[in-house]
Design a protein around this ligand. Structure first.
Ligand SMILES: C[S@@+](CC[C@H](N)C(=O)[O-])C[C@H]1O[C@@H](n2cnc3c(N)ncnc32)[C@H](O)[C@@H]1O
Length: 188
């Protein structure tokens, strides 16, 4: 199923879902003890979504934004939970989606969308909108197969940390980008 979507849609950009090692390493940066609004860009078949739902509080909210219709159908069948909103949309529209979910800001935004395939202006727009969608202190958690995103994130966010998970195939580069203030909007 995953391979089929990969062959038909270049935005899928991976032949397998992220491994449990990768999922845990990204999600260990989330404080699951408090109420959170968590947004996921590109949930695919839902490996992160299912893990997050097991850990998050009953009053937290998970907003899934997925471009691929086949994955949206899979998510609608697999991720049945009142705390979840599923949107067949582009991550670039995160601000409108947040508003339609009646939330003012996100505590965490997790992303596995393939930034290296995304045109320059769209990438800039996604990063700007992501920054604006986060509350102060909010984190953008990104997993990619290379470290190409480091400089972009440093221009948009107030602090960026990088880690690796080599037990994923291929290995993952995990970025933790933090928003401290609410003011700036950057252009690359
Ligand atoms: C590498 S897969 C990751 C899937 C899943 N999160 C995982 O870890 O196994 C990338 C996912 O991002 C989705 N995607 C790509 N570009 C997107 C965009 N601009 N907005 C929303 N989803 C996007 C793809 O359809 C695909 O499901």
């Amino acid at each position: 199923m995953y391979l089929k979507n990969f062959i038909r849609d270049k935005n899928v950009a991976s032949i397998t879902p992220t491994s449990p090692f990768g999922v845990r390493k990204v999600c260990e940066k989330i404080d699951f003890k408090k109420r959170n609004v968590i947004i996921e860009f590109g949930p695919g078949s839902g490996v992160f979504s299912k893990y997050i739902l097991r850990k998050m509080t009953r009053d937290s909210k998970l907003i899934l934004i997925e471009l691929n219709k086949n994955f949206v159908t899979i998510l609608q069948n697999r991720v049945k939970d009142q705390r979840v909103g599923i949107f067949n949309d582009n991550a670039e529209n995160v601000l409108n989606i947040l508003e339609s979910a009646h939330e003012l800001g996100a505590d965490y935004i997790i992303s596995g969308i393939p930034f290296s395939f995304i045109p320059f202006s769209t990438k800039n727009s996604i990063l700007n909108n992501t920054y604006l969608a986060l509350r102060n202190g909010g984190k953008f958690l990104v997993y990619q197969h290379s470290n190409h995103l480091k400089d972009y994130l440093k221009r948009h966010f107030d602090m960026v940390r990088i880690e690796h998970e080599i037990r994923n195939i291929p290995p993952l580069c995990i970025y933790e980008a933090i928003k401290f203030s609410s003011s700036h909007v950057n252009h690359l």
